[in-house]
Design a protein around this ligand. Structure first.
Ligand SMILES: [Zn+2]
Length: 393
């Protein structure tokens, strides 16, 4: 099969002791400590095969580019991959994707050939402490399509049936092309769903929600908060095009933080002390969290979805007096996929305005170059052509 493939050289840093498991599996726990001189190309990968009776073979149709994909092809000053996460090379990237089932193992009952599906990329072990507590996205032995297994930016993929969620109801309501687009957005939306619902326990209908950062994760949070019945959805984002998208997805008010003080803006809206849920989707927590703390409502919740690479100082006494709480999450497993698909199928949510550019697989390197510029909310790679040529059903 063809794929958008990341390669790199194995050159473990002196201070990094490779484990036997890493050497045997080829999956390193910290790519930034082992993998050097990463490169990206459209290349051949072995055809995936059904390795268990519960496996499903998928013709990949739409695959989103994520910020973490850029970390895989960006080097530090010494040439090491910047991604501080598990990785294995070579690998076809893409962990936000949809496709069509073309073959199923003998025991598969959840999907059948011809079904359109959104595919969960994370593969949980099912037996570690995190998995046994239901926190599968935090699995301690996680494999991950697009990181340590070939992913969605390739012509084919294989996944266990439990990771394949039918888009049938979305296709019946909106058509097949729209269903593939929705399918590629379910993963980032499920990351936000995990934080808002599964970790933080949601908010009450009519509550005030603020979202900092209208990148892909922030935009899905805006759409979800609106569809879930927030009274106000406030959005803080410097890029005007992303503020516009946030408004399309349900933001009631937006603010450019380069033009003034966020606290003053909250004051002007009567929102100071009345923010029931604050979602940080920026990765700039040291700037954002101090803006949230003075504005949080009694019992308010902070949901941290951005990856803060630097420590964040928090004035906890203020959160204590407000009986506030802070919630963290990473990844999409845990129930978000069927819920977000159902919201689309019911017409309560449409995240597809987030898609701002499309590329064929053969132009995948150009797609990543465009993503690096940072202006686009979501770029989609279509492994079988932008017009979805080759759809079976
Ligand atoms: Zn596990």
């Amino acid at each position: 099969m063809r794929g958008l493939v990341v390669s790199a050289q194995w050159q473990p840093k002196e201070e990094y002791a490779l484990t036997a498991e890493e050497e045997q599996s080829g999956r390193v726990k910290l790519a930034n400590m082992v993998l050097r001189y990463p490169s990206l190309a459209v290349a051949d990968r072995p055809d995936p095969v059904l390795s268990s009776e519960h496996d499903v073979l998928i013709r990949n149709m739409a695959s989103g580019i994520c910020g973490s994909d850029l970390y895989m092809v960006t080097s530090d000053d010494d040439g090491y991959m910047k991604l501080p996460a598990p990785f294995r090379v070579p690998v076809a990237i893409g962990h936000e994707y949809s496709g069509q089932v073309i073959e199923v193992g003998s025991a598969v009952t959840q999907v059948k050939p011809g079904d359109l599906v959104a595919v969960e990329a994370q593969v949980e072990c099912g037996s570690c402490r995190a998995c046994l507590r239901g926190l599968t996205a935090a699995c301690e032995q996680l494999w991950d399509r697009g990181f340590t297994l070939d992913g969605g930016a390739a012509t084919l993929s294989v996944a266990h049936e439990r990771h394949c969620w039918p888009l049938t109801a979305v296709a019946e309501r909106h058509g097949e092309h729209h269903a593939y687009d929705v399918g590629a957005l379910i993963e980032p939306a499920s990351v936000a769903y995990n934080g808002i619902v599964n970790r933080a326990g949601g908010f009450r209908p009519g509550d005030t929600v603020v979202v900092f950062g209208a990148g892909a994760i922030g935009l899905t949070a805006v759409g979800l908060a609106s569809a879930m019945g927030a009274g106000r959805v406030l959005v803080v984002e410097p890029a005007s095009s992303k503020r516009d998208l946030a408004s399309t997805l349900g933001a009631t008010e937006t603010f450019d933080p380069t033009t003034g003080d966020v606290g003053d803006w909250f004051d002007s809206l009567g929102a100071t002390g009345a923010i029931d849920m604050a979602i940080d989707a920026t990765g700039a927590g040291s700037a954002v969290i101090p803006q949230i703390v003075p504005a949080i409502a009694a019992g308010g919740k902070i949901v941290s979805l951005g990856a803060n690479m630097k420590p964040v100082e928090v004035d906890t006494i203020k959160l204590m007096f407000r009986a506030a709480s802070v919630h963290f999450t990473l990844g999409h497993l845990g129930g978000g996929f069927p819920a977000v698909i159902a919201m689309h199928a019911a017409g309560q949510l449409d995240l597809t305005p987030m898609i701002t550019s499309r590329f064929s697989l053969q132009d995948g390197v150009a797609a990543m170059d465009l993503a690096r510029e940072g202006h686009h909310a979501k770029i989609i790679i279509h492994p079988h052509g932008i017009g979805h040529e080759g759809v079976i059903a």
